[in-house]
Design a protein around this ligand. Sequence first.
Ligand SMILES: Nc1ncnc2c1ncn2[C@@H]1O[C@H](COP(=O)(O)OP(=O)(O)OP(=O)(O)O)[C@@H](O)[C@H]1O
Ligand SMILES: [Mg+2]
Length: 302
Amino acid sequence: MSTERPQHAPSSTGVLARAQNIRCVYGGGEEDFTAVDGVSIALGEGEVLGLAGESGCGKTTLGNALAMIAAPPLYVLSGTLEIDDGTIDLSTLSHDDVKRHRPYRGRTVSMLPQGAMNSISPTLRISSLIKDVMRAHDPRITKDEALDLARERLKMLEMPVRVLDSYAHQLSGGMKQRMITVISTLQNPRLLIADEPTSALDVSSQRMLVEMLLEMVEQRIMSGVVFVTHDLPVLSQVSDRLAIMHAGRIVESGPTRQLVEDAQHPYTRKLLGSVLDPSQETRARGIARRSAPVTPEEVGER
Ligand SMILES: Nc1ncnc2c1ncn2[C@@H]1O[C@H](COP(=O)(O)OP(=O)(O)OP(=O)(O)O)[C@@H](O)[C@H]1O
Ligand SMILES: [Mg+2]
């Protein structure tokens, strides 16, 4: 078996994916809690869609539904995903639905989970992790084939191949996150859901990760990304379009520039304005602060 995997041809319509009417609840307690309430989103070929909203608004839940990895107590009550000329029913109401989704997981849609870089087993070398992940998705692939594929991918992305021999604790946070990203896309998914991929990184690691993701889209390793974060400056740089989520619903979506410059919904204005356009008061505080001498207390000296 060759480790060369076909890269995707763009769809003829220019639309990569369209998700409709996704409703998710957390059940099992006294009452179901609706975390995603009738969300619809669409993504063009080669597009990065930024999904933003305050903590707890339902971004991760929506990502799990799209990636078909919802598991109790999370239930997807309704929702469809049109992708590759087919329509997938996203609902997960019985064990059969889990089986129905298996062929799409990791291949059609792959999830880069929030905080994944911190859950790599400390006893596994990255190479073993890759073999395990690849073989879990496709038991026919041999260990050598999995590693060959990973090596090829790292070279393509100009990353050091020797990382494969390392344990997670030997890598910087930025390198760990880039490796996890590479691993989650080894099967060339059509769509990657990247949940807070930059949140725990410093600015230069954030930039490297974002550049790598854009390079992967360019190289057609995947054809689109839903980039989830509450880090709006990062989102406004990386996203072609934004979808703003509030209390389980998308309140506004559109081209990034249009939303940043001319948001219509008050919540979007509040969210974007709070970061991208500091208020007069904040600006004044910043100016006052910069012009004031630094006190010993400020640098931790007493
Ligand atoms: N396992 C669970 N059981 C019950 N409720 C849950 C569970 N996981 C999440 N929730 C609730 O669902 C809602 C949406 O959570 P979710 O994790 O999707 O938010 P988020 O937008 O990703 O937040 P963050 O930005 O903090 O990652 C929240 O109110 C949360 O408390
Ligand atoms: Mg989340």
